[in-house]
Ligand binder design. Sequence first.
Ligand SMILES: [Zn+2]
Ligand SMILES: [Zn+2]
Length: 449
Amino acid sequence: MNFNFEGTLTPADNRRAIPHTFDVPAGTTQIRMTLDFAPRHTEGQPYPQQISVYFMDPNGPRGEWSVPKAEGWFVNEAQATPGTMPGPIPAGQWVVFILSHRIQPDIPVRYTVHLECSDEPITELASDWKPGSTAPRGAGWYRGDLHGHTIHSDGSWDIPEFVEYMKSNNLDFVTLSDHNTISGLAQHRSLSTDKLVTIGGVELSTFCGHALALGAHQWFDWRLDINGWLTAPQLAKQVLDAGAFFVIAHPMAPGDPECCGCHWEHEDMMPGNAPAVEIWNGWWADYNEQGLALYYYWLNRGHHLVATSGTDIHGRPPVDATGRAAANVVYAEEFSEAAILQAVRQGHSYISAGPELLLQARSQAGDEAMMGDRLPASTATITARWNGVPDDGSVVRLIVEGRVFEELPAQQSGENSWTLDGVKWCTAELRDASGIPWAITNPIFLEAG
Ligand SMILES: [Zn+2]
Ligand SMILES: [Zn+2]
């Protein structure tokens, strides 16, 4: 049985999800789809049109096709186009949403959807991913990436290539966070080894901002923007209640039309119940500096927020790439997905493009706190320790309530202590002579009583 839909999109349709429903007959073993739209690129406009597709079966979300390609999309019980979950094809009402991210002005865009339901026997075999195993290792500092993409959304490499790259960079853990899909997580999990823990995740990419659900292994429907179905705080609550960790991703990234949905615009979540913010996304850029300033502003408003970083990598970087990306260096009680996520959740971490940077607080009574912790004292001695700093005129800064409290030259390694009285929080930053960070710590919160 075949179904055909067509429509016209103009810039007024941007940030819309346009549903097309169709009834899948009983006995269907496979659905195929093609999507054509034209013009792909309006002459004289800086960006091409951007359209993606979201699928629901009668039981809920089934897949997202981030970058529709000419060869089309398919799903059957054994296999599917990356981004979609293979499995039984339930009869009943399915929905194809045309997601209109960016339609350029002047010339309307015509699209046609062709769907084909067939009952031919499926001869492909289902993938049988078994979770990989990790040798136990004790408490310590572990370094990893919390944000990356593959062909399961808009990345260019497959999951084995993604994981191999992380191993070649000597990381201890890596999160897969494809846009609005978990279809790659079983394979990702199968690649955990003694050297690298693979962590579940998804990037919930709404039309008004992106958020990471770190440690997610289940589907979260991101469709906040459709018919008031969910608010951003409700989505965050779902993620947190399920035991995953919710991070506002790259809040100050450029938004439409350059990077559709990338700028954080959820007015009901500034930062609302979000427990964390990604302050270093990809290679350090001005939007990260603005994101860090926003993070400090939110801390000053009394929010107890964790800072994370993520390379947001989509494929193998060019060999001549010169940007500076950062890893999360976390103090985990053991080498496992659960312990690493717990350390991220507690802010027991700093963000670094190489050097070590530790921050510790000690009260007059002798109580101690590490990054991410709260020290119940109005007066405290704060100690920063750094190591492995390039000899490039770098400085270490103690940041107190968002302002530079003191800036010192940072030789290759060193430490310094300060006494703080009656302040609410502090962080440390290592920056090179041009001001680009090498490392940023999570805050220590100081509160009497
Ligand atoms: Zn994003
Ligand atoms: Zn991303």
